[in-house]
Design a protein around this ligand. Structure first.
Ligand SMILES: [Fe+2]
Ligand SMILES: [Fe+2]
Length: 270
């Protein structure tokens, strides 16, 4: 954890938050690297993670936004609230499309059609529930910064979508996975960048540091969520690498947030 703790301590502005999160996004990406190369990877294990991803897109993506819109409708005569609800509805439609991409991939690989009622009943997994609890606690304790952190970490900087898209050309099954992931990547980058547009004007260094610390805690929970989703491909040595902050950050993280790779100051533009 020393690397992430240093990252949080240094955090000033957006680039500081990105710098604190980058090793954790790399850790999430390492889950996929290990999984593709794993001897325990099988058609069954692919169907398992695809079904779980379909669950995330449907429940954590589409349904969460629909619930938020439902809860906010009483205030829809306020133009600002109405705009937010409209934006949420657009994103809900996109998340429903993402659900369809992974559900279709599940079917194309021979796993059968994903039944939504069954998925909603048994599609969740323990570490995903833990991630939800972390985000809910942050939103309750720090209503503005906690929600910003959840948007900032949404999709884990699209590490799964990038890793899945890179499977193109590795065989017919991987081509199906690559097509689903490629279709989702750009939407999720945009959803994540939505956090930048929501940063209030006049934020102080302590606000940025708080955001960085919440982002790191959520990213950490995301790594466990992905590791369980993919059948625990991370080794003990990987865990040690991650915990000591010695993992190499992904070079593309800065540009995915709209920062130049070597940018040292915050730019708040989505
Ligand atoms: Fe999504
Ligand atoms: Fe999303």
């Amino acid at each position: 954890m020393s690397g992430s703790a240093e990252g949080v301590g240094r955090a000033t502005g957006l680039s500081g938050v990105v710098g604190a999160a980058a090793p954790w996004f790399a850790a999430e990406a390492l889950v996929f690297d290990r999984y593709w190369d794993s001897s325990s990877r099988s058609l069954d294990s692919d169907l398992g993670w695809l079904r779980r991803q379909a669950y995330k897109e449907l429940v954590d993506g589409a349904l969460a936004r629909i619930a938020s819109v439902d809860a906010g409708l009483d205030h829809a005569s306020d133009p600002h609230v109405r705009q937010r609800l409209q934006d949420d509805l657009v994103e809900a439609a996109e998340e429903l499309d993402h659900f369809g991409r992974f559900a279709d991939a599940h079917e194309q690989l021979g796993g059968g059609r994903v039944e939504v009622s069954a998925l909603r009943a048994d599609g969740n997994w323990e570490a995903n529930e833990s991630l939800r609890r972390v985000r809910a606690r942050h939103a309750e304790t720090h209503p503005i910064v906690g929600r910003l952190a959840a948007t900032f970490t949404e999709g884990g900087c699209s590490t799964l979508y990038a890793a899945g898209a890179a499977r193109a050309g590795h065989g017919p099954e991987d081509d199906v996975i690559a097509a689903a992931c490629s279709a989702v990547f750009a939407d999720e980058i945009r959803h994540m960048r939505g956090a930048l547009a929501d940063v209030p004007a006049g934020w102080t260094e302590s606000d940025w540091k708080l955001l960085a610390s919440l982002v790191v805690e959520q990213c950490r929970a995301r790594v466990d969520m992905r590791d369980e989703q993919f059948g625990h491909p991370l080794t003990r040595a990987d865990r040690a690498l991650i915990e000591t902050g010695r993992i190499e950050p992904i070079a593309e993280v800065s540009t995915r947030f709209g920062l130049d790779a070597d940018q040292g100051t915050a730019t708040i533009s989505a």
